[in-house]
Design a protein around this ligand. Structure first.
Ligand code: ADP
Ligand code: MG
Length: 326
């Protein structure tokens, strides 16, 4: 018997939905739910007892022993910081707090702290953003931030990590087909029964939620988007969004509205989509050479769309123009 079992809920300040293409899998869904909550309790900056909050509270003072899951995510985050030349930087916490733009992992409704900081404050805080000042000790699973006031924010990688661990649970349970969506970070697991490709809608970065610009057709993959219309505020006609440029301290400002990545790991796609968004289309090219498994759809402010790598995209929204693959 085929059937479906699904779970819809909220965690990490976002909605998630899990669909297992198998009947009656409540135990597996329970395990998935518990695991999502466990990760949130370890990595949220808004839960005072989380590993990340404890690391931040001990910045400049002492190393903090953390769960091995947290350690692994921070280790991987540092790798992507290195790889992207600091465009993705998990030590961006002090800067994200300063702006307060719909911060990830907010698990309460008080997520409207946003403000345009003073240039002086941005300059001061920028000296606290540097992934090289995160000291890891893999023998003791400890993390130390060398400067007082420095803070981790794993908001650009945690959801992807959570998606990957959810996939592990589903695979271990022997379930062959599933769709995972944690705050728009998607993983299509296995094949459809009729062997046709999965179709995944690509969100219209200018439109209301649910609107799409087109869809991709794909086998098993993760699909992750970073864009300026996810979490933002507007002041005096200027659009301020939640992906910050660690080099100047302001929301990343380039020609892009959004970038969607496909990759075998959602965690990698999560970190990389943020990095690519900060770098912009022209400067992000080198990442595609070091990570051959990834492909991307870039949506530009002039409504052009470009693709990179092996991706089967069909444009359905006539407001946009799909250029030739580059
Ligand atoms: P979303 O949360 O909408 O999926 P991202 O994966 O791009 O989008 O993550 C954005 C979040 O990551 C921000 O809310 C913030 O917490 C954090 N962040 C912002 N800029 C950076 C950056 N340059 N490097 C690492 N993390 C960042
Ligand atoms: Mg991300």
């Amino acid at each position: 018997m085929q059937g479906e079992s699904s779970l819809y809920d909220f965690a990490m300040g976002t909605a998630f939905s899990i669909t297992l293409y198998k009947h009656g899998q409540y135990k597996v869904l329970d395990e998935i739910f518990t695991n999502i909550k466990t990760i949130e309790n370890l990595m949220s900056v808004n839960i005072p007892s989380s590993d990340v909050s404890r690391i931040n509270a001990a910045a400049g003072i002492e190393a903090v022993h953390v769960n091995e899951k947290t350690f692994k995510v921070i280790e991987r985050a540092i790798y992507f910081a290195y790889l992207s030349g600091g465009a993705f930087d998990p030590s961006i916490g002090a800067l994200t707090s300063l702006w307060g733009i719909g911060n990830d992992n907010r698990n309460d409704s008080r997520n409207d702290y946003h403000r345009i900081p003073l240039q002086d404050d941005i300059d001061k805080i920028l000296s606290l953003v540097n992934w090289r000042n995160i000291v890891l000790d893999s023998e003791n699973n400890t993390v130390f931030l060398t400067q007082e006031g420095m803070a981790l924010d794993l908001g650009a990688i945690t959801k992807g990590y959570t998606v990957d661990r959810t996939v592990d649970i589903i695979r271990n349970a022997g379930i062959k087909r599933a769709k995972i969506d944690i705050g728009g970070e998607i993983y299509m697991l296995g094949e459809k029964t009729d062997k046709t490709p999965w179709r995944v809608g690509i969100q219209d970065p200018k439109g209301v939620h649910g609107g799409i610009i087109g869809f991709i057709q794909t086998g098993e993959t993760s699909v992750v988007t970073s864009g300026i219309y996810e979490r933002f505020f507007e002041k005096d006609g200027i659009h301020y969004h939640h992906i910050l440029n660690p080099f100047n301290g302001y929301p990343a400002d380039n020609e892009l509205l959004s970038v969607t990545l496909t990759a075998s790991s959602a965690m990698d796609a999560d970190a990389l989509s943020t990095a690519i968004f900060v770098l912009g289309y022209e400067n992000a090219g080198f990442l595609f050479e070091t990570q051959p498994g990834i492909a991307a759809i870039f949506v530009f402010k002039d409504l052009n769309i470009k693709m990179s790598g092996d991706i089967d995209f069909t444009l359905t929204n006539k407001a946009f123009n799909s250029a030739m693959q580059e």
